[in-house]
Design a protein around this ligand. Structure first.
Ligand SMILES: Cc1cc2nc3c(=O)[nH]c(=O)nc-3n(C[C@H](O)[C@H](O)[C@H](O)COP(=O)(O)OP(=O)(O)OC[C@H]3O[C@@H](n4cnc5c(N)ncnc54)[C@H](O)[C@@H]3O)c2cc1C
Length: 497
């Protein structure tokens, strides 16, 4: 074993949450060492794979426009946006979690979200309007309120954060897998493998930002249940949950929805783990405008229960439950123009002039698919289709219902895209308090240990509103960095932490 490295604050991981903590701790005057398991070429965690969509509260449209460099060719008058009060943010997360989320943490998340976006901007992150808006009657709308993304997506976000961390003197080590955590009292000891060689780090405080267990098939099967080992991991292969497991073994409180995960429909031809060259392009989110059938030709979910960014995170699970963990999204010429451009990459669609031929092309029983679509068409309510609102143009008497945006599928050629379940991140994690301190199962802060991002639990259950993951990491990363630095500086000064 090589000699022990001493530092004030050790940060485990180098995704968005960890880097926000590292920058904040360095700004507070602490010596900061970041330990990132991935090699340099794969740095940035799941955060780098993101589209960079950010959900934050805002008091007015003008407040949002103020952080944008340009309006992507629109005039301010064309944009139909906001306000998005913090109370509404809290209500959205709470409703989607079935009322189970930790109210105090979600209130902090919502209250800190607008400032988090501005803080990121101070560190070099720039913004643009999210390109997946809805256009209706000449107005541009983001009906679920997430309307801003980082320019350059996840790549742009982590590039800015790494540069800021380096500017603040943060020491970042790659190929540095933390394999052991001990926090016996005043200081924290980490067992680290630098390029596979065992070493040790001694710190006054450690911020754990090492993600969930979504890239670990064994942990998925054991916590999420049967067949989850077969899901595709959408992001980094490095989020395998060993630090989470360590913390639980040390007595940290397991909090949140341990059998739940954010999982979306993805191209059935996706790789088993995320590919940085493809990023978030495997996602298949145009289902509200068509229907989804399983390999037996049957529908299995309400494709239009809400706006897609408020349902997508729970639809992956529904797909995984189907035979072969597979489904098809079906559109006709009335709806094909509403399909997101990213469908052009990945598995090719099957196109046919009749439903029978479409069934043959995707290998689904012809009689079953024909009858599913005939039954669906017969149940579609008349009325005006409007993607900008919950238009109530649903089905009558159909099981499962389609609640909004139902249009008959009768304009050939018909188009089908194969999808499967892509897991984004896991919901279960360690308990933290308002100071981002890791809590023991007895409810006490564990000295010297702080956590942020996917590794923490209690935020999301069952479902999730798009854009909240990155903001959670930033809001609580800043708190963790500040608290860890405070502890380190107090210990250095000889004061009680
Ligand atoms: C394809 C995709 C698209 C997404 N799009 C969005 C979006 O647009 N908006 C949004 O808000 N959220 C999005 N998300 C979710 C978002 O990525 C996460 O919520 C967020 O990035 C989590 O940040 P984090 O810092 O906690 O984890 P990560 O960014 O995953 O960072 C964790 C880091 O810890 C490292 N690590 C793991 N184990 C160890 C160890 N033992 N030792 C040292 N280091 C370790 C990993 O290598 C990794 O770099 C998306 C996710 C994916 C996969």
């Amino acid at each position: 074993m090589s000699e022990v490295i001493h530092t004030d604050v050790a940060v485990v991981g180098a995704g968005n949450a960890a880097l926000c903590a590292a920058i904040t701790a360095a700004q507070a005057g602490a010596r900061v060492l970041v330990l990132e398991k991935a090699p340099y070429a794969e740095r940035g965690g799941n955060s780098r794979f993101t589209g960079g969509l950010l959900r934050f509260a805002f008091p007015s449209k003008e407040d949002v426009l103020g952080i944008l460099e340009d309006l992507s060719g629109f005039t301010p008058e064309q944009l139909d946006a906001g306000p998005y009060p913090a109370e509404q943010y809290v209500a959205d997360v709470s409703r989607l979690s079935g009322g189970r989320c930790d109210g105090a943490l979600i209130e902090m998340l919502a209250a800190g979200s607008n400032d988090a976006v501005r803080w990121l901007a101070k560190h070099g992150v720039t913004y643009e309007l999210y390109e997946k808006y809805v256009e209706h009657a000449g107005r541009i709308n983001w009906p679920d309120r997430a309307m801003v993304k980082v320019r350059g997506g996840g790549e742009g976000l982590v590039a800015a954060l790494f540069a800021a961390a380096e500017r603040h003197g943060v020491d970042i080590r790659y190929d540095a897998q933390v394999v052991g955590v001990e926090a016996p009292g005043e200081r924290v000891q980490l067992a680290v493998r630098f390029n596979g060689t065992p070493s040790a780090v001694d710190a006054a405080a450690a911020v754990l930002g090492s993600g969930g267990f979504e890239a670990n098939p064994a942990a998925r099967a054991s916590y999420l249940g049967p067949s989850w080992d077969l899901a595709k991991a959408r992001g980094t292969r490095h989020n395998t949950g060993e630090i989470l497991a360590q913390l639980l073994a040390m007595g940290a409180a397991p909090v949140g929805h341990w059998s739940g995960a954010h999982a979306v429909p993805v191209d059935a031809g996706s790789a088993d783990v995320g590919d940085l060259r493809v990023g978030a392009l495997t996602t298949r989110l145009s289902y509200p405008y068509g229907i989804m059938v399983n390999v037996d030709g049957h529908r299995f979910v309400d494709e239009g229960s809400d706006f897609k960014l408020l349902t997508y995170a729970k639809i992956g699970r529904e797909v995984l439950r189907q035979p072969e963990g597979r489904a098809y999204q079906i559109f006709d010429q009335r709806t094909v123009g509403l399909i997101e451009p990213r469908y052009e990459l990945g598995s090719t669609s099957v196109v046919a002039n009749t439903i029978e031929a479409l069934a043959g092309g995707i290998g689904v029983d012809r009689a079953a698919l024909t009858s599913t679509i005939a039954e669906y068409n017969a149940s579609v309510r008349d009325g005006e289709f409007n993607a900008a609102v919950l238009d109530g143009k649903g089905t009558d008497g159909l099981v499962p219902a389609k609640s909004n945006w139902a249009q008959r599928i009768d304009q050939p050629p018909y188009v089908a895209y194969p999808v499967t379940c892509g897991i984004t991140f896991t919901y279960g994690g360690v308990g933290v308090d308002a100071h981002a301190r890791v809590l023991s199962s007895a409810g006490h802060p564990m000295p010297g240990l702080y956590a942020t991002g996917e590794i923490t639990g209690g935020f999301f259950y069952h479902n999730y509103p798009a854009g909240a993951g990155l903001i959670r990491g930033t809001v609580f990363g800043r708190i963790a960095g500040e608290e860890a630095a405070r502890r380190a500086l107090a210990l250095t000064a000889g004061a009680p932490a």
